[in-house]
Write a protein that binds this ligand. Structure first.
Ligand code: CAA
Length: 298
């Protein structure tokens, strides 16, 4: 089986990045979201990054136009998923929403169609179990920003077949990504390792060992990380970090994954990081300048 038509569900940060790379590497992409305004915004974002690629001469104007022509937008999966070979779901990180989407996809998609989820922490086995094709359900966990990051964490659920796994490996390689196979346990590999590091950085701040700037500088300059853990937490979203830590905590029942009370307080207060304008840093609209929040300056 060869994969030509890909449906991407959800046009937020991850969905539009996934649509961008799939279209750039020649797949026919159907991008789906509930609201046309969200789809229009996604196309503006994709166009902006394609323009940057043209400016940097990593893409020609013709390739940019072809990439955009490869993307069609839809407000209903019913209008595109039946002709798809692969669906990549990048909707909200909420099991009930994913359950509804996968049940519908299972009804309307062709029997050969692979159903992938970009989930960062929800069990692929649990998602597969709501369908009648768990052998064709798999995790394709892209990293943000999708056009830049080389990894696709490919998660095999309990029933995922070897054929599904190898087709997803082929697609990931065609997208010029490096796929890595992992089994379906809480946090998979990426977040099982990343989130405890971020949580420990928040504890280090909470216990007043050092300030935001100092913690991030130690990790950036000392460990050659492109962003410090607190800036990365803001970039990912503090609500997302908290939700993943809760999955690890519940899934393993091990207190070492207990989220730091400071993270819980910040999320409760609506300080979610870059997307809300403030987390460990303040984000000025339209500016990349980071200002350390007053409450966390030493
Ligand atoms: N889409 C497309 N391209 C983007 C982009 C986006 N959203 N954001 C940045 N870029 C590109 C820029 O165009 C630029 O490209 P050129 O070098 O060709 O000009 C390049 O990325 C670098 O961008 P900037 O110069 O603006 O900024 P930077 O050098 O500070 O890099 C960064 C930005 C790539 C985000 C870098 O800081 C980084 O690698 N940070 C860590 C990212 C990371 O760890 N991601 C994983 C998060 S965890 C996750 O996603 C999974 C999960 O489940 C939580």
């Amino acid at each position: 089986m060869s994969i030509k038509n890909i449906t991407v569900i959800g046009s937020g940060t991850m969905g539009n990045g996934i649509a961008h790379v799939c279209a750039q590497f020649g797949y026919n992409v159907s991008l789906v979201d509930i609201a046309q305004t969200a789809l229009d915004k996604a196309i503006v974002t994709i166009t902006k990054y394609l323009d940057r690629q043209v400016q940097k001469q990593t893409l020609t104007e013709e390739q940019k136009q072809q990439t955009l022509a490869n993307i069609k937008t839809f407000t209903s999966v019913k209008d595109c998923a039946p002709s798809s070979d692969l669906v990549i779901e990048a909707a909200s990180e909420n099991f009930s929403i994913k359950e509804k989407i996968f049940k519908e996809l299972d009804e309307i998609c062709a029997p050969h169609c692979i159903l992938a989820s970009n989930t960062s922490s929800i069990s692929i086995t649990k998602i597969g179990a709501v369908t009648k094709r768990p052998d064709k359900v798999i995790g394709m966990h892209f990293m943000n920003p999708v056009p830049v990051m080389k990894l696709v964490e490919v998660i095999r659920g309990y029933a995922t077949s070897t054929e599904t796994n190898s087709l997803v490996f082929d697609v990931s390689k065609n997208l010029q990504k490096i796929p890595v196979e992992v089994n379906d346990y809480p946090g998979f590999v990426a977040n099982r390792i990343l989130m405890p590091m971020i949580n420990e950085a928040i504890y280090t701040l909470f216990e007043n060992v050092a300030g935001v700037y100092e913690i991030d500088t130690v990790m950036k300059l000392g460990m050659a990380h492109p962003m410090g853990p607190l800036q990365l937490a803001d970039f990912i979203g503090l609500d997302v970090c908290l939700a993943i830590l809760r999955v690890l905590h519940d899934g393993f029942g091990n207190p070492k994954y207990a989220p730091c009370p400071l993270l819980v307080n910040m999320v409760t207060a609506g300080y979610l990081g870059a997307k809300s304008g403030e987390g460990f840093y303040k984000y000025e609209a339209g500016s990349k300048e980071l200002v350390v929040s007053k409450m966390f300056t030493k």
